[in-house]
Design a binder for this molecule. Structure first.
Ligand SMILES: Cc1ncc(COP(=O)(O)O)c(C=O)c1O
Length: 255
C-alpha cells in the first residue's frame, strides 16, 4: 500500500527575491519533489507576485507552482479570474487556492487543481478532514457572488479604476503610501500604538481600515491596510480621503 503522508521540508525565500528563490531551488536534490508557493497578491502591501519568473524557475528546476490567490481572485485578470490569468499563465500553475472571504463575501475556500491532487488532499489534508464543512448559506453566498462576477465581468476594472483614484487623492492630500497595482493600499504609520489609535479614530469618523501591527508586519513597519470595493464612488472616496488625511495630520496623542 502506498503511504499517504509525506515529510516535507519548508524553505523560505525572501519576499519576491527571485535570486534567493533560485538559490533555494538549487540547494534541493534534483530528484526531490518541489512545490513553489506564493501569494498572487500580497495581503499587506498589495504587490503582485513575480509569477512569470516563478514559473520559469519552476520549469528550470522541475518544481510545481501553487498560488494563494486570496487577494487576486475577483480583482486581477480578465473578469477577475486571478493572478495567473492576469499573466496569461493559467496552464503553468498546478494549484490555485482561493478563499471565499474576500471578493466572494463569504467564508470557506477551495483549491483549483487536477483531480489527482484534489483526491490526494481529500484523503490526507488534516484541516479538510477534521474541520466541519462550511454552512450551506456560506456556500450559497459565495456561489451567488461568483455568479454576480460572471454577470458583470467589468467589476474588476471598475475596482482598479477606483483604487487608482483613491491612491491619487491620498497622494494629493499628503498621505504617504506605497503605490500599489491592486486595491490594497497600505498607509504607513510605523508605530504600534499610533496605528491602533489612527485605526480607531478613522472608524469613529466612518472609515474602516485594518490596523496591521507585529507579528503581521515587521516591528516598526506598522501600517493601515485600506481596501476598496467596485461599488465605491468618487464622492465616497473623496470623503474617506478627507477623513484619513485629517486624522493623520492631527496625529496620535503621546502615549
Ligand atoms: C493571502 C491569504 N491567504 C489566505 C487567507 C485566508 O483567508 P480565510 O481564512 O478568511 O479563508 C488570507 C486571509 O486574510 C490571506 O490574506
Amino acid at each position: 500500500m502506498r503511504r499517504c503522508s509525506v515529510i516535507v521540508k519548508v524553505l523560505r525565500y525572501r519576499h519576491s527575491d527571485m535570486l534567493d528563490l533560485e538559490r533555494q531551488l538549487k540547494s534541493i536534490p534534483e530528484n526531490a519533489g518541489k512545490l513553489i508557493v506564493t501569494d498572487g497578491v500580497f495581503s499587506m502591501r498589495g504587490d503582485i507576485c513575480k509569477l512569470p519568473e516563478i514559473c520559469a524557475l519552476a520549469e528550470k528546476y522541475g518544481a510545481r507552482v501553487m498560488v494563494d490567490d486570496a487577494h487576486g481572485f475577483g480583482v486581477l485578470g480578465p473578469g477577475g479570474r486571478g493572478t495567473a490569468a492576469h499573466f496569461g499563465l493559467t496552464d503553468k500553475v498546478d494549484i490555485t487556492m482561493l478563499t471565499f472571504s474576500k471578493s466572494l463575501a463569504s467564508i470557506g475556500g477551495c483549491m483549483l487543481t487536477s483531480h489527482r491532487v484534489a483526491d490526494w488532499l481529500r484523503h490526507v489534508s488534516r484541516p479538510f478532514i477534521f474541520s466541519a464543512s462550511i454552512t450551506p448559506c456560506s456556500a450559497a453566498t459565495a456561489l451567488e457572488a461568483l455568479h454576480q462576477l460572471i454577470l458583470d465581468p467589468k467589476r474588476p476594472e471598475r475596482l482598479m479604476n477606483i483604487a487608482k483614484y483613491f491612491q491619487k487623492q491620498l497622494l494629493a492630500n499628503g498621505v504617504k503610501i506605497i503605490e500599489a497595482p491592486t486595491p490594497i493600499v497600505p498607509i504607513f504609520t510605523y508605530k504600534t500604538l499610533d496605528t491602533l489609535y489612527f485605526g480607531k479614530k478613522m472608524f469613529e469618523e466612518g472609515v474602516y481600515v485594518n490596523p496591521v501591527i507585529a507579528p503581521a508586519c515587521v516591528e516598526g513597519e506598522c501600517l493601515l491596510r485600506t481596501t476598496l470595493m467596485a461599488t465605491h464612488t468618487e464622492p465616497i472616496i473623496d470623503e474617506a480621503v478627507e477623513i484619513i488625511a485629517r486624522v493623520l495630520r492631527e496625529g496620535a496623542p503621546a502615549m
